[in-house]
Design a protein around this ligand. Structure first.
Ligand code: ZN
Length: 163
């Protein structure tokens, strides 16, 4: 008879957060943990329950992330069952995004509004705020296209949820 060595709840919790940190938004170069969409993780024996705060209810990326989470966590040793629940109780805001996440998006030419300074679109290439909106509907529902009037670069802006 083989005795299975199961990880403790603390070990499992750490493994779950480590795994979450490697799952990226399918449309943005940012991990789900840096994006701030993971609200809560609870573990009960081999059952893992993850609560997510969707960035945009219309954003198709959330479904992909949810599937990724279910698959990746389900493959961890000691996990029997994974439930990923979407919570709309408290809306996602830019403030939930980590500083590291913001910086990564900026490196990729995506302008990220800072909390409290909604509206001012800063060019990630030259830092100018002399920008104009080109197209409110960017390549995905989550982005809008702006244009920098100083360095003439197009800017993709991460769109805050329904303003
Ligand atoms: Zn610029």
């Amino acid at each position: 008879m083989v005795t299975e060595i199961r990880p403790s709840t603390t070990e499992l919790e750490r493994a779950v957060w480590d795994a979450l940190a490697t799952i990226e938004d399918p449309e943005l170069p940012i991990a789900v943990t840096d994006l701030g969409v993971i609200r809560d993780v609870s573990i009960d024996g081999g059952r893992v329950h993850v609560t997510m705060v969707p960035t945009f209810s219309a954003c198709p990326a959330i479904g992909v992330m949810r599937e990724d989470i279910r698959r990746r966590l389900g493959a961890l040793p000691g996990v029997d069952e994974v439930a990923v629940e979407l919570s709309f109780a408290e809306p996602w805001t830019m403030a939930r995004m980590s500083e590291r996440g913001r910086q990564r998006l900026n490196h990729h030419g995506l302008s990220v509004p800072s909390p409290g300074v909604e509206g001012a679109v800063k060019c990630p290439f030259c830092g100018s705020t002399n920008t104009s909106m080109e197209n409110p509907f960017g390549p995905t529902l989550c982005r809008a296209i702006y244009y920098c009037l100083d360095c003439k670069n197009p800017i993709e802006r991460f769109r805050p949820p329904a303003d």
